[in-house]
Design a binder for this molecule. Structure first.
Ligand SMILES: *Cc1c(COP(=O)(O)O)cnc(C)c1O
Length: 386
């Protein structure tokens, strides 16, 4: 037992782990680490905001920055989107950090408050809060004396996730209008099918019946509605995915919409294997070479946020040339086909998605959407503004 303890303590002895000061600076520099990086283009974010402005010239814009700005980094996105009229997100801690960093425009909490203890924080930080159910409506009664919060009343027009059903929404509207703690009131709803053939008319009909005859501000349009349905633009649009340069539609690409990818997930080849026919790659040997094949091993895996479900054939760029993944994606590595790329070697740059290869296309191959790919980029991947 004593020997065991000695071995254990030896393992953690400071001798084996000098203080950080003793390491060369390059070790602590994210640029010099494992080659995977998420490169974020603030120019692309600004450009895409410009596309929103051109589509909805008469509306104010909430840039939707929930989920760490869809994986792009909240602080970076907030700077790049400084020309937006406000930012919308769900996480109150992130909203507080935005305020603390000096962000002075409107900040909306799209799911409102989860607990009455958040009320004084929301009031102090001048957050606009969604109210989507009776519990949240009741919470407002606990607002500190003198506090006034801008409220977005969420109407359930058919998505059936959050929001008051139409009759209840009318009652909620009236109690909010009369409430001592409520400043400006905005009516909002969210579309379930703005990106497909069912469109928005069926939900707009319900929404208009609530909004009719009122001078209240309205906010309904997500990216799909910004791009396709001008009649939904109203006072405040709420684009997310289009700001990041991806398409909300299955049938129109981001490039066709004039959007630029804001995130490039980039890495490098870190090993090359020459395979003979019959050789298999990776876990479960899920890919088998049928002819001699050069395979490149890329420093990127599902622990970086690359989808494990991406099958053999998922597109990838190696040295700017389009090729395909081979076999299973593992935690830290994936393999690519280097056939016809004699120049590819250790150190050759790889783009998993972004510049030159849309995240939408990779998502389609992996059975998901670009939203999920970008949000899933893992904390261990350095996010670098370019
Ligand atoms: C996420 C979200 C949006 C943005 O949707 P996109 O499809 O990314 O444009 C807008 N409104 C609400 C309420 C949201 O939660």
């Amino acid at each position: 037992m004593a020997a065991f303890k000695r071995i254990l303590s030896r393992g953690f002895h400071p001798r084996w782990c000098p203080p950080l000061l003793h390491y060369p600076a390059s070790i602590l520099n994210p640029l010099a680490m494992r080659p995977i990086k998420a490169l974020i283009s603030s120019a692309a974010l600004r450009h895409n905001l410009g596309v929103v402005r051109r589509c909805a010239p008469h509306s104010q814009v909430f840039g939707v920055v929930k989920a760490n700005a869809y994986g792009h980094g909240l602080a970076l996105a907030a700077r790049a989107l400084e020309a937006a009229d406000g930012l919308a997100l769900l996480e109150i801690d992130a909203a507080v950090r935005l305020r603390a960093s000096g962000y002075a425009r409107r900040i909306a909490l799209l799911e409102g408050l989860f607990d009455p203890t958040e009320l004084p924080v929301a009031a102090q930080c001048d957050l606009t809060i969604a109210v989507h159910n009776a519990e949240q409506l009741k919470m407002l009664d606990a607002a500190p004396a003198g506090a006034r919060l801008d409220v977005m009343l969420k109407v359930n027009t058919g998505m059936n996730r959050l929001g008051f059903a139409p009759a209840a929404a009318l009652k909620a509207r009236d109690s909010l209008l009369a409430h001592r703690a409520v400043g400006q009131l905005t009516l909002m709803t969210h579309f379930a099918t703005a990106d497909d053939a069912r469109g928005v008319a069926w939900q707009m009909e319900v929404f208009d019946s609530i909004a009719a005859g009122q001078r209240l501000a309205r906010s309904v349009a997500n990216s799909a509605a910004v791009l396709r349905f001008p009649q939904t633009h109203a006072d405040w649009v709420r684009p997310g995915i289009m700001l990041y340069g991806c398409t909300p539609f299955a049938d129109i690409s981001a490039a066709e919409l004039g959007l630029m990818p804001a995130m490039t997930l980039a890495s490098e080849i870190i090993a090359v294997q020459d395979l003979r026919p019959g050789a298999r790659i990776g876990y479960a040997g899920a890919f088998e070479a049928t002819q001699p094949l050069r395979a490149g091993v890329v420093a990127c895996g599902y622990a970086d946020g690359y989808p494990r479900h991406a099958p053999t054939g998922t597109p990838v760029l190696v040295g700017g040339i389009r090729t395909r993944t081979l076999g299973r994606v593992s935690m830290d590595l994936l393999t690519v086909d280097l056939t016809g790329m004699p120049g590819a070697r250790v150190g050759t740059p790889v783009v998993l998605w972004g510049d030159g290869l849309s995240a939408d296309e990779v998502a389609l191959a992996a059975g998901t959407v670009s939203y999920e790919l970008m949000c899933a980029v893992a904390p261990r991947v350095p996010v670098i503004e370019v």
